[in-house]
Design a protein around this ligand. Structure first.
Ligand SMILES: *Cc1c(COP(=O)(O)O)cnc(C)c1O
Length: 360
C-alpha cells in the first residue's frame, strides 16, 4: 500500500507569468552546512531536522532535498497535512508527525502514507493499537506540559505494548541557563530506562548547544538549520540562510509637509526622493518591523518611512539617488541579529513569511 502511494505533483507554473517583484532566496549551501555543523555538534548522535511549518517558512520543496542530500534521515512535522509535501523528497517512514493521532482517520492516513506518528498520550496509544498498532514514536513530557505522557505512566501496559522507535522529550528552556534543562534530561533518562525503544531524542537547536549529554541518539534542530542562533555557543557554526529582496515599484518626489502612508505618520521635513517597495505585511514584513528600520541597496541604508502597508512600504532614497522603478533592494531578514528582530523572535520572522514571497 505504501509503495503504491503516488504523491501529488506540484502545480505546473504558467510560462507566461512574469517574474515576481519580490523574492526569497534560500542559500542552499548554507542550509546544508548548518545541518552538517549541527550533526557534528551532536557528537555520536545523528541530527534529524524539524521541517514543520513549511520548513519554518522557507519552503519544503527547497529545503528538504538539501537536508536529505546533506545526510539527514529523520524529519519532523507537526500535522498530517504536512506529510505529503515532505514525502515527495524522502521515504515516508523517515517522517515523524509530532501531533500524533487524534482519530481513526489519522491512523488510517498514517498507514496509507507510511509516516510515523508520535504518540502523545495513553488515549493516543490505545487508538493506535486498536487500529492495528505497528511502529510509532512516543513523546514523554518532562516539564514543558504541552504534549506527551507523564513519566508516571511509563509502566502502563498500554505504553509498554507500543512498538516504539524514537522515544522523545522536549526541552522548555534550552535557550536559557537554567537548572530545568538538567532536570528534564534526568527525567528523560529515567523514562528511557523504563520504556522499550530503539532511539532516544531530546535536544532541539538550543539543546544541541547544551552539550553531548543532551544529544542521546538523535537531535531535532529546526531554527539553527535555517540560520537562527538561539545560544551563543552556536555562534561561528551557523551561517545565514535567508535572503529577501523586493523591487521598487515607483519613485516619488515629496515636498516639505507632505505625508507618507496610512495615518500620515511620516511628514517630509524637506524635499525628499522616496521609493515605494513591493513588500508588505501580507508577505511577512510585519508592521512591527517598520519604524526605525531600513532596507539596503549596495550596502547603503534606505530608512523606512511611515506605516508598512499590506503590499508596500516606502523608503527614503537619499542614499541611492540612482534607484529607479525596478531597482532591487535588500530587505533585512538576518534572524541571527537580534537587533533586527524588534518585537519578533527569529522563529516568528521565519514562520510569518507569506506565500507571495515564498513563491517569488
Ligand atoms: C519545533 C520542534 C523542534 C525544533 O526546535 P528548534 O528550537 O527550532 O530547534 C524540535 N522538537 C520538537 C518537538 C519541536 O516541536
Amino acid at each position: 500500500m505504501i509503495d503504491s502511494y503516488l504523491p501529488e505533483m506540484p502545480p505546473v507554473p504558467d510560462p507566461l507569468l512574469p517574474p515576481a517583484s519580490l523574492r526569497l532566496t534560500v542559500v542552499r549551501e548554507a542550509l546544508a552546512a548548518n545541518w552538517r555543523a549541527l550533526d557534528t555538534l551532536s557528537g555520536s548522535a545523528a541530527a534529524g531536522a524539524a521541517v514543520k511549518a513549511d520548513c519554518y517558512g522557507l519552503g519544503t520543496d527547497t529545503c528538504v532535498p538539501v537536508l536529505r542530500d546533506a545526510g539527514c534521515r529523520t524529519f519532523f512535522v507537526a500535522h498530517w497535512s504536512e506529510v505529503a509535501a515532505v514525502a515527495r523528497h524522502v521515504p515516508a517512514d523517515q517522517i515523524a508527525v509530532l501531533h500524533g493521532v487524534l482519530s481513526e482517520a489519522d491512523c488510517a492516513y498514517a498507514r496509507h502514507i507510511g509516516a510515523i506518528p508520535v504518540i502523545n498520550s495513553r488515549e493516543q496509544a490505545m487508538l493506535w493499537q486498536s487500529t492495528g498498532g505497528g511502529r510509532c514514536h512516543l513523546m514523554v513530557d518532562t516539564g514543558i506540559n504541552r504534549l506527551g505522557i507523564a513519566p508516571s505512566q511509563a509502566h502502563d501496559p498500554v505504553i509498554q505494548a507500543l512498538a516504539i522507535d524514537i522515544l522523545l522529550s522536549h526541552l522548555a528552556s534550552a535557550d536559557e541557563r537554567t537548572a530545568m534543562n538538567r532536570m528534564q534530561a534526568e527525567l528523560f533518562a529515567e523514562a528511557a530506562a523504563a520504556i522499550p525503544h530503539q532511539r532516544l531524542s531530546l535536544a532541539n537547536s538550543a539543546g544541541i548547544a547544551l552539550g553531548e549529554s543532551f544529544a542521546f541518539d538523535l537531535t531535532r534542530p529546526g531554527l539553527a538549520l535555517y540560520g537562527g542562533i538561539p545560544r551563543p555557543e552556536l555562534d561561528g557554526h551557523i551561517r545565514p540562510v535567508v535572503r529577501v529582496e523586493a523591487q521598487i515599484l515607483q519613485c516619488r518626489d515629496l515636498a516639505p509637509g507632505e505625508a507618507v502612508g496610512y495615518n500620515a505618520t511620516f511628514i517630509a521635513p524637506t524635499h525628499m526622493r522616496v521609493g515605494t517597495v513591493s513588500i508588505g505585511y501580507a508577505d511577512g514584513f510585519l508592521r512591527s518591523r517598520g519604524p526605525g528600520n531600513a532596507f539596503g541597496h549596495q550596502g547603503r541604508a534606505l530608512p523606512l518611512l511611515g506605516r508598512v502597508s499590506m503590499d508596500m512600504v516606502v523608503v527614503d532614497l537619499a542614499a541611492a539617488p540612482e534607484a529607479v522603478a525596478g531597482t532591487w533592494v535588500d530587505v533585512p531578514w538576518n534572524i541571527a541579529d537580534a537587533a533586527q528582530q524588534n518585537a519578533l523572535t527569529a522563529y516568528e520572522m521565519l514562520t510569518v513569511i507569506g506565500r507571495r514571497l515564498k513563491n517569488g
